[in-house]
Design a protein. Structure first.
Length: 363
C-alpha cells in the first residue's frame, strides 16, 4: 500500500471545468459577501497590482480572500494591450489563473485556470461576470426601488452582463441601447432578447440614453468620457467600469488617463462609490483623480462599496439624488468569492483533476 502521509492533494480545474456553473444572481450574492468581509477585516484584501512589459503585455494580480468562505489567494491574468486615441483594445488575452488556499490552514486547495462564465451566456468578455455582479451589488443598494428604465452605453460582453445584473436586482421594463455601430446594437439586442424579459430600444443618439431613465450603465472600452454629466437627471443611478492605471501614461502608451465619466458627473453625484478607494490612489485612476486634482470634488465625497453594504455609509437617502458607482476595478473580495463557490460546485460535480504534490519540506 502506498504511503500518502507526505502527500498533499491539489485540485486542478481547467477552462472547460469552470465555465457555465454559476448564475448572475448567485454571483451578486457572493460579491456582496466578499466586500462585506473586506470591511470587517480589511487586511484580507488589497488593491489590484499591474506590471507592464515594453511590448505592451500587462499582468494584473488580485490578492486577497474572504474569511467567511475559508479562502485566501489570488487571481492573475495577462493580456496584450494596445490603444488608439479613443479606445483600448486587446490583441490577446490569456486564461486567468486562480490560486485558492485555505484561510485557516494555509494548504493550497486548488489551481483554477479559465474564465468563470455565467451559465446562460458562456464566454463573452474577460472578467465580465465579476464586473457585472459588482454592478449588481451597487444597483441592489443604490438604485431606486421602483426603477423601470435603464440606459446602456456599450454592446459588448461587459454591457451584456450588466444588463443581466440589472435585471436581477430591479424590474426593468425597458433598456435603451446605444453604441456607435448600428450592427452591434442590433446583434446585442438579439442576444439579450431571450435572456431578459424587457423591451429594447435601439438608439442612434447618445443623449437619449440618459433621458427619462432610472439607471445609466456605461460599459465600454473608451479612453474618453462617453456621456455629458449635464445629461443626467435627478434620481438616477450611474455606473461606469473603466478603471485606468497611470502606468499607461507613464509608459508612453497614452497621453492622459482613461475615463468614461466627465468631471460634471462627479460634481452632480451626491456621493461616489468605488470598489476600493486605495486603488484610485495607487493607480492614479483618472476618472476620480482628475476631478479631485482640479478641485471639482474632494475625497470626502468618495466611499467604498463595502461601506454601503455594511451600513457604515447610509447610501441613497432620497429619490432625487444622483448616485454614482465608479466600478473602478475588481479585487479578490469579488473574484475569489466567486471562484471558491465554483470550486465547491465543481467538486460536487466531479470535475477537475487531482494533483499529488509532496508536503512542503519532504520533497
Amino acid at each position: 500500500m502506498n504511503d500518502t502521509s507526505n502527500i498533499n492533494s491539489v485540485l486542478f480545474l481547467g477552462p472547460t471545468d469552470v465555465k457555465d456553473v454559476i448564475t448572475m444572481e448567485k454571483a451578486i450574492d457572493l460579491v456582496e459577501e466578499g466586500y462585506r468581509g473586506a470591511v470587517e477585516f480589511p487586511l484580507i484584501n488589497a488593491p489590484r497590482r499591474r506590471v507592464h512589459s515594453p511590448e505592451g503585455v500587462r499582468v494584473s494580480n488580485f490578492p486577497g480572500g474572504i474569511d467567511s468562505l475559508g479562502v485566501i489567494g489570488s487571481l492573475t491574468r495577462a493580456e496584450s494591450v494596445s490603444h488608439d486615441p479613443k479606445n483600448q483594445v486587446y490583441p490577446y488575452r490569456e486564461h486567468p489563473v486562480y490560486l485558492l488556499w485555505d484561510s485557516e490552514t494555509a494548504h493550497l486547495k486548488a489551481i483554477m485556470m479559465g474564465e468563470i462564465t455565467e451559465k446562460r451566456v458562456g464566454f463573452s468578455s474577460v472578467m465580465a461576470l465579476r464586473t457585472g455582479a459588482t454592478t449588481g451589488v451597487g444597483i441592489r443598494h443604490l438604485a431606486r426601488k421602483n426603477s423601470e428604465v435603464a440606459g446602456v452605453y456599450g454592446t459588448g460582453g461587459q454591457a451584456l452582463h450588466k444588463v443581466l445584473a440589472c435585471s436581477s436586482e430591479r424590474a426593468i421594463k425597458k433598456y435603451k441601447i446605444y453604441s456607435r455601430n448600428p450592427d452591434n446594437r442590433k446583434a446585442f439586442i438579439e442576444k439579450l432578447a431571450p435572456l431578459v424579459d424587457a423591451e429594447f430600444e435601439d438608439l442612434d443618439d447618445p443623449r437619449e440614453v440618459c433621458r427619462d431613465t432610472d439607471i445609466v450603465i456605461c460599459a465600454t472600452n473608451s479612453n474618453v468620457p462617453v456621456f455629458d454629466g449635464d445629461w443626467l437627471e435627478p434620481g438616477q443611478h450611474v455606473i461606469t467600469v473603466v478603471g485606468s492605471n497611470n502606468s499607461l501614461v507613464k509608459g508612453g502608451w497614452l497621453e492622459s488617463g482613461r475615463r468614461e465619466n466627465d468631471d460634471r458627473t462627479c460634481e452632480r453625484a451626491s456621493f461616489i462609490v468605488t470598489n476600493w478607494k486605495e486603488s484610485v490612489i495607487q493607480d492614479g485612476q483618472a476618472g476620480l483623480m482628475e476631478p479631485i486634482e482640479a478641485g471639482v470634488i474632494t475625497w470626502d465625497k468618495i466611499v467604498e462599496l463595502g461601506e454601503i453594504i455594511s451600513g457604515a455609509h447610509p447610501g441613497r437617502t432620497t429619490d432625487d439624488e444622483i448616485t454614482y458607482h465608479a466600478n473602478n476595478n475588481g479585487t479578490a473580495a469579488s473574484d475569489l468569492a466567486i471562484a471558491q463557490w465554483v470550486h465547491d460546485k465543481c467538486v460536487e460535480m466531479g470535475r477537475g483533476q487531482k494533483i499529488e504534490i509532496p508536503v512542503p519540506g519532504t520533497q
